[in-house]
Each structure stands twice: as C-alpha cells, then as structure tokens.
Design a protein around this ligand. Structure first.
Ligand code: 4NP
Length: 171
C-alpha cells in the first residue's frame, strides 16, 4: 500500500460506504468482509459499514447467489439488500470506496463538493501491490474463479483499510 491521503476522520463511528455497479457482488462482499474484521477486533461501536451501487438494476435484492455461496465458504453470511447510491451518502459517509475506475468516475461525477470528492478512495489503493490488481474486477460474467479472486482481493484490501483507519483514529 502506497501513501494514501485520507480526509479528516473526526467523528465516531467512522462511516464507510463500499460502492460497485450492481451492489450485488463486489460491494456487499466488501461490506461483509469489513464488518467481520471489525467484529473480530471488538470494534463494532466505532464503525458504520454499508454498500451501494451506482446502477439501479437490482434494488431490494440479496447479493448474487454465486457471491453468497463463495462468501459462505469463507464463513461470511451476506444479507445486504441492494440499494443505489444517493446524494445524501456523500454527506453521511466519511469514506466512499469504489471498486473500479468506472465506479470511481461515476461517483466523482455525482460528488457535490471538493470535501466530498476527498472521501472517494478506490478499493485497490488498499490492496497489496504484490497482488497486482489496480481495480476489483467485476465477477458478474465470470466463473467461480472470478468470485474467489474478488474475495481474495477484498480480504486483503479490507484488512489494510481497517489498520490504516485504526491508526488514524487512535492517534
Ligand atoms: P457488482 O457486479 O457491480 O460487483 O455488483 C455486477 C452485478 C450486476 C451487474 C453488473 C455488475 N448487472 O449489470 O446487472
């Protein structure tokens, strides 16, 4: 992980929103992984974790069955209900984490102010360079290995995100 400029994180809980296109594969998986890490560390009181999609194709649905099955094999139950990003998210959340460049440019287009622009940090910035991915690839049209790859990248990135934020908020 190279240096990341975080926005000021003044309030507790810290509120993190993961964003992808459909909000049925990558971002609900990131939400579930992050919540698991936070719970394992006994830190639930200090975090609010949610996810949303830039698209509105699957609103109200549970995550994609394939993602739920692959996540369950790793001990994660994904129960998020799909929702679309809305303008208030830019004020409510402290960190807004897109999965790929397309999600990021959609968010930057919707972002109302320079302060809210600063909350947008791509997920791949938190993924170890050694894994050689500068985005989280959309698994929707892929096979099982696509879902496993997403979960591997997200487990690594969420652990790094957790430790980076933790070191800021415990200063
Ligand atoms: P996600 O994957 O962005 O990781 O949730 C997708 C899910 C659905 C669609 C695209 C991507 N879709 O076009 O319906």
């Amino acid at each position: 992980m190279t240096h990341i400029d975080f926005p000021t994180l003044e309030n507790r809980p810290v509120k993190v929103l993961f964003v992808c296109l459909g909000n049925i594969c990558r971002s609900p998986a990131a939400e579930g992984i992050m919540r698991h890490i936070v719970e394992e560390n006994g830190d639930s009181r200090d975090w609010v974790i949610d996810s949303a999609g830039t698209g509105g194709y699957h609103i109200g649905q549970l995550p994609d069955n394939r993602m739920r099955i692959h996540a369950r094999r790793r001990g994660l139950e994904l129960t998020h209900r799909c929702r679309q990003v809305n303008p208030e998210d830019f004020y409510r959340f402290d960190l807004i984490i897109p999965m790929d460049a397309s999600n990021e440019s959609n968010l930057r287009r919707l972002s109302p102010t320079t302060e809210t622009d600063a909350k947008i940090i791509p997920m791949a910035r938190f993924v170890d360079m050694a894994l050689r991915y500068d985005y989280i690839p959309d698994p929707y049209y892929e096979g099982a290995e696509g879902f496993e790859l997403v979960l591997d990248l997200l487990e690594n990135g969420c652990a790094n995100l957790y430790h980076a934020v933790k070191s800021i908020i415990s200063q």
